[in-house]
Write a protein that binds this ligand. Structure first.
Ligand SMILES: Cc1cc2nc3c(=O)[nH]c(=O)nc-3n(C[C@H](O)[C@H](O)[C@H](O)COP(=O)(O)OP(=O)(O)OC[C@H]3O[C@@H](n4cnc5c(N)ncnc54)[C@H](O)[C@@H]3O)c2cc1C
Length: 472
């Protein structure tokens, strides 16, 4: 049974840690991007080194106080706060990694950058560019999201098709475990078969198995020639076939292949009318395609050949003529979640289905949504990864609040569909607290039992991020 982070406990921490570790708690630690949860104020601690994290966790373990790791706070499933609505759960320690911001080392012959958990993704990417390399993970939240949070959630984003998820870009992890011990796993090895790979157990565990304090990141070579095209297509089926033909042409030089619905561009027009759109009337479906090619290949040439080979699929297309135009196209893609938020979704899904099932999923999801009335849908996402963000909105003139009672039924309906199609109810955002029930309902029971065994073995007192991923 966990105990609250009491003032006596704080007084004890103050005897073993310097005053800078105890900043004032502010609202940002108690809210999350979608405003679904209000967090519980406990003790906020901001250590500036792994040894301090270790002291805090040892003390928390001795006192059986819960600990919530907090990175940039951009997580979309409520994993970074303990909601007040949780009832009688005692106030936790919130451990912010934001003072752990050191770039520890760069190894040029190995293309490895070792950073602390509080370095933001944007800072890690800038550091890689400084040495003419690429850290290719790309998310709209990268200015705020931190490497620790990125790894704890195994984040995805727009470049997964080429470079993989966060876990594919890490060679080693340093972490503080639930009893305060430091796991010194900051290896820079590409081959290391010395037993269980604990790095991969910690990545994606959302702060429930250990606190990530540093990571060795794998850097990639920078493509010498890049290009972006916005292509209108008739349907998701055409988009999928376009992906196949593009892959035939340029192999894995496709770094992003994003599907965008007309509704997405219409919401942007409504909420951000100042943004320039590629078409006066948005096509039913479009694809944002990004290529990163080597010296011998030119993106203009590759796009010309693609237009020729896929003339039956591409209704209209614009190739970015400058870096500015490419940035403008990507700004539109990045504006989609912001416009969605401004319109107000009833519910949002982050699902994956086998790639070939994408058109089928979109068709069937539309039919199931229609059962709930004249709702609007905005389906967009990382088509190349089989990952869609499917968002459902009230009819024009109505408010999402009017549909609060429909939300659970809608979520059940669509998650059941995903499950029937062999998909995942959380492709890249994680489980957090938002999807704990869905996970229990839709996950293989053997996997659930094994996950509990792992949790009990690594965190027997249940102090790390209590209630996230697994029910207490
Ligand atoms: C506008 C916007 C766009 C986004 N786009 C994408 C996207 O394209 N793809 C995608 O995958 N996600 C996306 N996200 C979600 C979010 O940015 C990612 O989940 C990100 O990885 C969270 O990082 P963070 O540092 O903000 O973590 P937080 O939100 O602080 O925490 C997330 C989880 O990780 C845990 N945690 C944080 N730091 C640590 C640590 N050091 N050790 C252990 N556990 C820790 C927390 O307890 C929590 O459970 C988006 C979010 C926003 C707001």
């Amino acid at each position: 049974m966990l105990k609250p982070a009491s003032s006596e406990f704080k007084t004890y921490l103050e005897t073993i840690l310097p005053p800078a570790v105890f900043p004032e708690i502010s609202e940002k630690y108690l809210t999350e991007p979608r405003g679904r949860y209000q967090g519980m104020a406990g003790i906020l601690v901001a250590p500036d080194g792994t040894d301090q994290v270790s002291k805090i966790i040892s003390a928390a373990a001795q006192a059986t106080v819960g600990v919530i790791p907090y990175g940039g706070g951009t997580g979309l499933v409520g994993g970074q706060l303990l909601p007040t609505s949780t009832g009688e759960v005692p106030a936790p320690i919130i451990i912010s990694l934001s003072r752990m911001r050191k770039i520890r080392s760069y190894h040029s012959e190995e293309n490895v950058l070792v950073v602390e958990a509080g370095v933001t993704l944007a800072e890690a990417k800038a550091e890689a560019l400084n040495v003419n390399r690429l850290f290719p993970l790309s998310l709209t939240s990268e200015g705020t999201a931190q490497i620790g949070g990125i790894l704890a959630t195994n984040a995805g984003g727009v470049n997964v098709l080429r470079y993989g998820m966060a876990r594919d870009q890490v060679l080693g992890i340093e972490a503080v475990m639930a009893d305060g011990q430091i796991l010194k796993g900051l290896k820079r090895l590409r081959k290391d078969n010395t037993g269980y790979d604990l790095r991969h157990l910690l990545i994606g565990s959302e702060g429930t198995l250990g606190i990530i304090t540093a990571a060795s990141l794998k850097l990639a070579a920078r493509p010498s020639n890049e290009g972006t095209a916005f292509l209108a297509v008739e349907s998701p089926t055409s988009a999928l076939e376009l992906l196949r033909r593009a892959q035939e042409l340029v192999g894995d030089s496709i770094s992003a292949f994003e599907l965008i619905s007309a509704q997405a561009l219409e919401f942007i027009s409504e909420k951000f009318p100042q943004m320039r759109q590629p078409w006066p009337n948005p096509p039913e479906w479009s694809v944002l395609l990004h290529l990163g090619l080597s010296d011998s290949q030119r993106s203009e040439k590759a796009f010309d050949v693609l237009f020729e080979r896929a003339s039956d699929l591409i209704i209209d297309g614009i190739i970015a003529q400058s870096q500015q135009q490419s940035n403008d196209f990507w700004s539109l893609r990045e504006a989609i979640p912001l416009a969605n938020r401004a319109i107000g979704a009833i519910c949002s899904f982050d699902i994956a289905v086998p790639l070939s099932e994408i058109p089928n999923f979109i068709r069937r999801a539309e039919l199931r949504t229609k059962r709930f009335g004249k709702l609007r849908t905005n389906c967009f996402g990382h088509l190349g990864d089989g990952n869609l963000h499917y968002n459902i909105f009230p009819p024009v003139g109505a408010s999402a609040k009017d549909y609060i009672e429909t939300r659970d039924d809608l979520e059940n309906e669509l998650h059941s569909l995903v499950y029937e199609m062999g998909g995942s109810i959380s492709a890249e955002h994680g489980v957090g607290r938002l999807k704990v029930n869905d996970l229990e309902r839709f996950c293989d029971p053997v996997k659930m039992a094994l996950m509990r065994t792992v949790k009990n073995a690594l965190d027997p007192l249940g102090i790390l991020n209590p209630g996230a991923v697994l029910r207490d």
